[in-house]
Write a protein that binds this ligand. Sequence first.
Ligand code: G6P
Ligand code: ZN
Length: 563
Amino acid sequence: MSLTSVEVETIPFEGQKPGTSGLRKKVKVFMEKHYTENFIQCIFNTLDDKVKGSTLVVGGDGRYFSKQAINTIIRIAAANGVSKLIIGQLGLLSTPAVSSLIRNHKVLGGIVLTASHNPGGIRHDFGIKYNIENGGPAPTHFTDDIYEHSKKIKSYKFTPKLETDRLIDVLGTTSFKVDGNDFVVEVIDSTADYVRLMKEIFDFKKLRTLIRGTEQRPPFNVLIDSMNGVTGVYVRRIFVEELGASPDNNVFRIVPLDNFGEVHPDPNLVYAKDLVDKVKGNSYDMGVAFDGDGDRNMIIGKKAFFVTPSDSLAVIANNLECIPYFQKHGVRGFARSMPTAAAVDRVAEKLNKEMFEVPTGWKFFGNLMDAGRLSLCGEESFGTGSDHIREKDGIWAVLAWLSIIEHKNMSIEEILKEHWSIYGRNYFTRYDYEEVDSDAADKMMQHLEKLLETKGLIGKSFYSGGKTYKVTKADNFSYVDPIDKSVTDNQGIRVLFDDGSRLVYRLSGTGSSGATIRIYIDSYEKKDVLSDAQEMLKPLVTIGLEISKLKQFTGCDEPTVIT
Ligand code: G6P
Ligand code: ZN
């Protein structure tokens, strides 16, 4: 049947400004008449003449409103002259899988339907993110353009008669004629392409031996928690079917639910407490959790021995040679986001690799990877990944850890302790104050800015817990991209002390209501590497609260999350 598109009149909505990682709002906001349609049309308006005849990948973590959003995307894409949409079955694709599909099929880009680690369900968050042709999140100039279009949009294109009912439930290709052009929807297996990629990167045979055990070595007992997010389908395929993990004992919460079973799908010690408790109380060798869309990961060892993401990155960097992908392609530079502790920097120095420090947000790694200067990177926000795609990748990180464990035949705790004995240890913690009044949070940041302007902090000494810390430098982090020379300012306030310790303050860019203040605290010790991180960092935390006057500004006594 030949279909015709129409132009639907609309008016702009305020606040369609993508944050660190796409546009995130409450579901009810996306449900407002024309709201989702406007934003999708603005993506196409930004892509402009690249849209006609293009192919895009579409999918997400399956959270509430995903299916409605996909139906809308199909109808708007067809009306804008897109030739083909590649969609994960039931709309499910992890963020790393989208990245991999974009690269593999060499298409224009992808639309990812997720609010990542934010809660899902009718009362919670939805999100839309655009990824560009390298498979990575759209850079700031692109998302700024989307925002500009959103302020002046007058109409969107739509194909009202295009039948989308159950279209994404079954595998296969459906063809339409829209305004005389061919338009194809191809519904694909959400896992096939991604599993193939993981098999190219890792030695699945060795990993299976690790998981199943041998005569010499007992099975390596993992517990993987998908927190009812999209990784469930990948975990079943990879860990259960390929690597022989037990569906009853080694994995849980692996059925994706549109409200994540009311779990907050953020893999940290607070929100993944169920996993932590299970690992603590049983004989598991390793515990793993992922976020809703599968790009974040948390790794814990026996008895819930916590691996900070900054250390996880450093350990992987130090052991890349046991992963076939790096044997084949070699290892280029390493990178981390500014608030991430500098453990990996020490590995880079020893291995003589280039090291980059970028602002928070995975999009900042893309240019470096495309230029062939970056192999491995990570962030304190539970993100780890490599240049195999342009997103962080939770499952990849776990397979990397398993490869290292298999290779070294050591426990996670032993690996960390060995690492610290060689490199020293960057003690790290992050304090989050969630859903703080936005005005109060802004005022606190302005107060810090003022301290920078007056240079009042430099040279000042602070005393806490029997130690004195002297400020040597304080600034607001600014980044010049070494490849395209673009400048990104105001990326977090840093206070650096004479012993190398550091306090960083920034506001989260991924929330959907109120503000979240993050304070990152880190301190390097060469010899005393086995102490408790919270104990070690207590004096600096006290100083951090004193400098920022956080309590006075926000009224918060305690953080909501400590990682
Ligand atoms: C997303 C991005 C990460 C980034 C994180 C920061 O997960 O993909 O690259 O580190 O957001 O979140 P925040 O809430 O601190 O802005
Ligand atoms: Zn995520």
